[in-house]
Design a protein around this ligand. Structure first.
Ligand SMILES: [Fe+2]
Length: 260
């Protein structure tokens, strides 16, 4: 319990946590599913190949369609969402609460070296329809570091950023990214670990200048009864954990309320 309290404090202080996956078998399930399907799509015969080397087998022009096929495939798998949750269940409960909503479709990102076609410049998810009550669980399928990873603004710079954002004329994401360059941290995360972060904190990525491919997954979680923004329960999120008292409450009808 003490450990979780410490981690909660750290999450508030830094805006993120990097932890070892809680269920290694769940990670293995997810990783095998992705690797087998991706190798299949790219007609890679060798089973010993690494996801780090995906760029050697994919044309830039086919990258996005391959990614979309892979996203469809993983989201059709009945076990995938459950396994995803199991990777960080205790931390998710600790940071968010024990009644949860989970994003319907899990996202997958493939960042091959020197590719600028699918970058996410500095942004907060709240700028595009996400509620500030959401957190993102981000799971790399390979070791990520430096530009192969994503960056996040240091929590202690977020007030400065907010003031800058509201007072100055630098509204373009690229200008802000330049201005705050030294306050952005690239997160080093090993395969076998996961990241949980506050998506209100500006974050993004740059051209991957390493010589390895990044394959990573991301999915949002939130307290089931916390406010929703444009991404609603039903269309974007589904209930994941609903406790009995809430089920009773949600189904309750006052006598006389029911129409015969
Ligand atoms: Fe984001």
């Amino acid at each position: 319990m003490k450990k979780l309290e410490k981690l909660n404090k750290k999450f508030l202080r830094d805006g993120y946590l990097i932890q070892n996956v809680e269920d290694k078998k769940a990670l293995q399930y997810i990783n095998s599913l992705i690797k087998n399907k991706l190798f299949n799509l790219l007609k890679i015969k060798s089973k010993s190949g690494s996801l780090d080397d995906v760029h050697k087998f994919v044309k830039k022009s086919e990258l996005n369609s391959t990614r979309l096929k892979l996203i469809n495939f993983i989201n059709e798998d009945k076990e995938f969402r459950k396994k995803y949750f199991e990777i960080g269940k205790n931390i998710i409960f600790s940071v968010i609460g024990n009644e949860l909503a989970m994003q319907n479709n899990i996202n997958l990102s493939i960042q091959i070296p020197q590719d600028d076609s699918s970058l996410l410049p500095l942004h907060s998810d709240t700028w595009s329809g996400d509620s500030p009550f959401e957190v993102v669980v981000w799971i790399p399928m390979v070791d990520v570091y430096n530009t192969k990873s994503m960056f996040i603004l240091k929590q202690n710079k977020s007030e400065k950023f907010r003031k800058y954002f509201s007072n100055k004329k630098l509204k373009l994401s690229s200008q802000l990214q330049k201005k705050f360059k030294k306050d952005l941290v690239f997160l080093n995360i090993k395969f076998g670990q996961f990241l949980i972060f506050n998506q209100n904190l500006p974050h993004g990525n740059v051209v991957n200048s390493t010589n390895e491919t990044r394959v990573s997954l991301n999915c949002r979680f939130k307290g089931l009864f916390t406010p929703y923004a444009q991404k609603k329960l039903g269309s974007f999120f589904s209930p994941l954990i609903v406790r009995p008292a809430s089920k009773i409450g949600l189904n309750y009808k006052f006598p006389g309320e029911e129409k015969e």
